[in-house]
Design a protein around this ligand. Structure first.
Ligand code: UD1
Length: 339
């Protein structure tokens, strides 16, 4: 079996990706410092797949311990690197935490890869690198210009992309695929794993499902005076299992040498933009549960509208987001009811 290291593998996207890797015959070694997840996720993954992934509680920025991980599990062929801080607002308050964690972890991995014969790395990036694309670049393809980041979090994604580019340009003996996610939502259909935000959720769907469950009084819609059909912001919400599957394809592609190039970028989205109000109504329709909400002021730093042109990923990776928004929102609701 081919061994893959998944950093941040007990987190939201990491856990779903571990399931898909195992379902496709990969042996997974998870490293996670559990800063924003818990070790119980390993049990959940085992319940879904019947296979227990190896788990090491390790911080990816800890070079000495990461060396030991590579020594303990020789023959790792690929890395999928999720481990990172990801709250936009917190990154504005604590930029150094974000720069230290998100950049050090990648540097540690890239330095250790050649020494341990690791051939490929999938990097977890974000559509945030495009900023607010001008209208001619909507939907957003991989050719849209990268724009200055609007938060330290976004900047760490850009810097990490640049680090990978420069390392590969210098002749580093590995390949990379950079995946730029739009807005991942939903949970595994078994409800064994899903998004587990700590504290008050910052992202729309966890806040929405907690409101529907009565944990929060009402959902705040951040602005209805944007230049969009209903005035609320537009995003491309992608099912997390669909997203996870793209990682398996990316890993296969590099390890089986299907691309012939050392570095590729793919936008992962559905190709369909949905406004905040449309998403609320889609949830109500899919679940039959009402979501109390009020319109409040815009949230600082929000992008007005962005959605993906997924054609390149569809054609080149042979990957497509297939889950409907209704099923996806139902999965998020089922997960909420279980947690
Ligand atoms: C942002 C980043 C994304 C990053 C993610 C990490 C962009 C375009 N996206 O996603 O790269 O990975 O943060 O967390 O920069 N909303 C409400 N009420 C709420 C919460 C959200 O109305 O209580 C609205 C927001 O204004 C936004 C939409 O819902 O229009 C989605 O927000 P959110 O889930 O926080 O994700 P992004 O900000 O799009």
């Amino acid at each position: 079996m081919i061994k893959v290291l998944v950093t941040g593998g007990t987190g939201y996207i990491g856990s779903h990706t571990t399931v898909e890797l195992q379902n496709n015959g990969y042996e997974v070694i998870i490293v996670d410092n559990l800063a924003n997840s818990n070790a119980g996720v390993v049990d959940s993954i085992e319940r879904i797949t019947g296979i227990r992934p190896t788990f090491e509680k390790v911080d990816c920025t800890d070079d000495a311990t990461m060396k030991k991980v590579f020594a303990a599990y020789p023959g790792i062929k690929g890395i999928i690197h999720f481990a990172a801080d990801k709250a936009v607002g917190e990154s504005v308050e604590k930029p150094l935490k974000y720069y230290r964690n998100n950049i050090d972890s990648l540097l540690t991995l890239l330095e250790l890869m050649p020494k341990n014969g690791v051939e490929s790395i999938v990097f977890s990036s974000s559509c945030t690198v495009y900023g607010q694309p001008s209208p001619e670049y909507l939907p957003v393809s991989e050719q849209a210009p990268i724009q200055p980041a609007t938060s330290p979090y976004g900047n760490t994604k850009q810097i990490n992309e640049e680090i990978i580019r420069d390392a590969i340009h210098s002749g580093a003996p590995y390949k990379s695929i950079v995946l730029r996610y739009f807005n991942p939502i939903g949970a595994h259909p078994t409800s064994e794993i899903g998004e587990l935000p700590s504290g008050v959720p910052q992202n729309l769907v966890p806040f929405l499902t907690q409101t529907a469950a009565g944990i929060r009084k009402e959902l705040s819609v951040f602005g209805n005076d944007y230049n969009t059909p209903d005035g609320s912001c537009i995003r491309d919400y992608i099912n997390v299992v669909d997203l996870a599957k793209a990682h398996v394809i990316a890993m296969d592609r590099m390890l089986k040498n299907r691309s012939g190039v050392a570095l590729e970028y793919f936008n992962l989205g559905t190709g369909k933009g949905l406004s905040v109000l449309e998403l609320i109504h889609a949830f109500e329709k899919a679940t039959g549960v009402k979501v109390p909400y009020k319109i409040v002021a815009r949230r600082e730093g929000d992008i007005e509208q962005i959605w993906a042109d997924p054609n390149y990923a569809n054609e080149v990776l042979g990957w497509k987001a297939v889950e409907s928004i209704e099923d996806t929102l139902r999965s998020a609701w089922k997960w909420q009811q279980r947690t």
